[in-house]
Design a protein around this ligand. Sequence first.
Ligand code: ADP
Ligand code: MG
Length: 701
Amino acid sequence: MGLLRDESLVASWENFFEDRYRSEIETIALSYPEKRSLLINYWDIDKTDSKLTDVLINQPYKAIFNAEEALRNIDVAAENELRLHFRVYDLPETQRILIRKIRANHLGKYTAVEGLVKKVTEVRPKLQIAAFQCQKCFAIIRVEQEEDILKEPTHCYEDQGGCGRVSSFKLLPSLSTFVDSQKIEIQENPEGLRGGAQPERITVYLEDDLVGEIAPGDRVVVNGILHSMQRRRGSYRLTSFDKVMDARSIERQELAFEEVEVTEEDEREILNVSKDPKIYEKMKQSIAPTIYGMDVEKEALVLQLFGGLSKKMPDGTYIRGDIHVLLVGDPGTAKSQILSYMSKLAPRSIYASGKASSAAGLTAAAVRDEFAEGQWTLEAGALVLADMGIACIDEIDKMDEADKSALHQAMEQQEISVAKAGINATLKSRCALLAAANPKLGRFDEFIPIHEQINMPPALLSRFDLIFSILDKPNRKIDTELATHILRTHKAGEVYENITKSRKSKHTKEEEEALMANIMPTFTPEFLRKYVAYAKRNVFPVMTDDAMELLKNYYVDFRGSSEDSVPFTPRQLEAFVRLAEASARVRLSDEVTVDDAKRAISIIDQYLRRVGMDRETGRFDIDIIATGISHSQHERMRLIMDVIRRLSSQSKDGNADVGDIIREAEMQGVESSKAEEALDRLKRNGQIYEPMHGKYRVTEY
Ligand code: ADP
Ligand code: MG
């Protein structure tokens, strides 16, 4: 360290601190040592003395060492001697490096990297100054530790009162000093990635008061010193090195859509476009235009993009504004295509598959891996990484059991708790979920309840605001249109490739434009992103009395449409509200009007018509989605239970005979096939059992 000391540099820093930071240092001194860092904006230094920032960028260890020496020379009243960390943030553009662009010439420089926190390890103490005892003369020898590997004294140092001999040493933890340390992994922001590229990552080391503040899923800018670290395999040192960073300060990026810049000119155009009476049509047309049809789905996706308002109530409850959408359907119906399109369109979005992904799965997990060197690491999955965006999860039916249970909390409270080993954390997952699922049996069967067709528990299904089933049924008219659309899309692509790549093309720009016109979005993705960002930042619509009245009446009417059916739950009512709010946001309206409420009703209506219909009564029945059993099925099961109870009380052996049960049920108006179906379900649920073949009893709890 002696080599780093530079008297003139110390003097320059001292001048700078005296001039501009004296009162700040005095404030910190009052709460020292809880507060022990002086945070300084780069430009503050640069304005005063650009020579200092020059040293800081190019010889950061030297700059920091001398600045911290200078800080000790600032004379302020304090109980203890101050030893402050000197932390600089807000670096110039030239020092902000994309993780994938880090090269050898950046090593050793003060730099900033930006990204998403993927993993964090437990906080653990690390030796800072190790105390050793000489086994010959028993003197205590202290050695400052700078690297990962323990540095022992080479001999018993005389300048520390030792005997000067070569000796063996024993480490004395109780006399050593430790510093808190933590290792985190940062992954590139998905926005910066070109389609499909694997995000690159970098390991960052945090020390002392920087630890324990960062959670997986956070968006951060880390300012620090890049250096290389030799890789090891077991106890062997390899010749290749990893890039790592020693963090000096961390900036958090809290605001959503922050990264989407909206200029004044953009704003004028956005306001202009918002007055277009055809705005909804145009928005819808701008969602995946190469995909034919899916009108309702696309309208729902527009609303999902804008989202409703999340609300924090005075009693501490939280109501989500994000709209969760599930697409279930036959293979090859462009579900994956839609998801991948949306993940590129919406800022802060993540595309992941329920099947594979990392150890963290879709939510989050505490894992023991190489990264943590045998300790525990908290790793974020897709729903945490998509915080403030849209999590697009394909084949969600293939997720594992751990994710299924965590998903309930993630979708409703928008948090994920992990408690395992030394890790106890609650991560935020304030994202909308756009999921796709394939039917278990390969194809969708309209006549089987939805929860039986996809491998997902009903309680989870009921957390989606909208579930669309997409069927691939042959239909001459639709097939013709779809085929025409797909073929024209391909031809447009062919003509474009032909014109740009082949040396002699007989195709013309006009021909290309005519073909492309069909599949050009009205609004470009860039404009749409700006529009949505503007709406989310500035528009917070409030329900009008008329809209409230409409939704209330619709809800009450539906619930009351038949005395013994309960077609809606309060969850659906909340879905109406979110969709109506989103609809108002599309127009940048401060009011949720009757038209917005009607739009919400029409979308939910279509969804229930497709998946929530009780086939016997022809009525909507949300019970089917929530429990997998329609109300009429429920009623029948109750009736059969009563029959079994009565018959067994009348019989000698206490069993009810299956023939008698079915006869009795028929007399009460239940067809025998339905009665058998009900028996089957009751048996599966464990509500009845079969003590011997053909005999039933009710399970008594
Ligand atoms: P899924 O995930 O539903 O199994 P994919 O998204 O993989 O289906 O789609 C299969 C292919 O069929 C894709 O290339 C997609 O573009 C095409 N396709 C399916 N339906 C449509 C449609 N309605 N319009 C345009 N292309 C379609
Ligand atoms: Mg697919």
